[in-house]
Design a protein around this ligand. Structure first.
Ligand code: SF4
Ligand code: SF4
Length: 331
């Protein structure tokens, strides 16, 4: 029988041991329904997930986070809307549970108040692309706000029309002393010219691999993740609703239920609504390119990767990537 020990040499076994004890139980929280941008293709607004009645009593937020910790959550992923518009709510999480805060980077998280909080800045291309898709050049502002910050990385959502233009963006992030993780646009609002096809996915994969080779200290990624994300296939299985691991547990009606994130919930800003999954309930799962969901797909399927040394090493690299992004292990 194939086992972890039989497939790994000492070097890989050490790497495996570094991440195998992690017992991550994450959930996602919409901190607010408001945002200081309105990006074309934002899943939050395009699916009307912002229409829940926002809870404004900070004590209710504190009690809610306490209940989440009791429920077993040990990683809070804050999204929105824009969480930095409600720093008291961010603090309610930060003081109680390891916390990651997604932001568009226009407002700087004050480091005296949140010294070690992981911050992920959303980025949709270079300054010109961002003007088209987000209404302004957020890249220049966020770079200035976070240059050299050791707890910050860019979550760069690559769009189909950026093929051939990814390197200068990664270089700019690298030169600012920051890290970058890559994912692909799902085009939730059908923006013209932003659809993927097979050829574009082949090209973008090559380019993602290229920047990983050229900027290994800045790009937090793995070639296996690029492969799974761009092909929608893993070990011969096809991505889609029946495989997705990032579904709110109490809303998961699938039968049979696939391997999934244990205790995962995505909560609305009313602290009552449970959204279907980590992105939009109106998104077509067959075309979903969410990076975190694909990463989790690989991670929850460890057993399936105990097949060949290469498969298991691929799995370890993806797990390490996740662990770095949430600072369970150093960059
Ligand atoms: S910054 Fe984020 S939440 Fe705000 S509109 Fe853009 S994608 Fe949506
Ligand atoms: S939209 Fe994406 S993340 Fe949501 S259930 Fe479908 S495949 Fe999963």
């Amino acid at each position: 029988m194939k086992t972890v020990s039989s497939l790994l040499d000492d070097y890989w076994h050490e790497r495996y041991k570094r991440i195998s004890h992690l017992n991550i139980r994450s959930s996602i929280y919409d901190v607010t329904n408001r945002c200081n941008l309105r990006c074309k293709g934002c899943f939050f607004f395009s699916s009307d997930e912002h229409l829940v009645k926002e809870e404004n009593d900070i004590n209710k937020w504190k009690e809610f986070v306490d209940r989440e910790v009791e429920r077993g959550v040990n990683l809070a992923i804050l999204i929105g809307g824009e969480p930095t518009l409600c720093l008291d709510r961010v603090e309610a999480f930060y003081k109680r549970v390891p916390t990651y805060c997604a932001t568009n980077g226009l407002l700087k998280v004050p480091r005296d108040r949140f010294p070690g909080m992981m911050v992920g800045i959303s980025l949709w291309g270079n300054s010109e692309d961002e003007k088209v898709l987000r209404g302004r050049d957020t890249f220049t502002v966020s770079l200035k706000n976070y240059e050299g910050d050791p707890y910050t990385y860019y979550l760069y959502t690559i769009t189909p029309n950026q093929i051939g233009r990814i390197d200068p963006i990664v270089k700019r992030i690298h030169d600012a002393g920051l890290k970058v993780h890559l994912q692909l646009l799902s085009n939730d609002e059908g923006a013209d010219g932003f659809y993927w096809n097979h050829e574009k996915l082949v090209e973008v994969r090559a380019e993602m691999d290229g920047v990983l080779d050229r900027y290994p200290d800045a790009v937090i990624s793995s070639k296996y993740y690029h492969k799974v994300l761009t092909t929608g296939k893993m070990l011969g299985r096809k991505w889609g609703w029946m495989e997705c691991p990032s579904v709110t547990e109490l809303r998961d009606t699938r039968n049979p239920r696939p391997k999934h994130l244990i205790r995962f919930t995505r909560w609305g800003a009313d602290l009552k609504t449970m959204h279907r999954c980590c992105t939009s309930a109106t998104r077509d799962c067959t075309t979903c390119k969410d990076g975190a969901a694909h990463m989790s797909w690989i991670m929850v399927n460890k057993r399936a990767h105990i097949r060949t040394a290469e498969d298991l090493q691929n799995w370890i690299e993806v797990y390490e990537m996740f662990a770095k992004l949430y600072r369970y292990i150093p960059w």
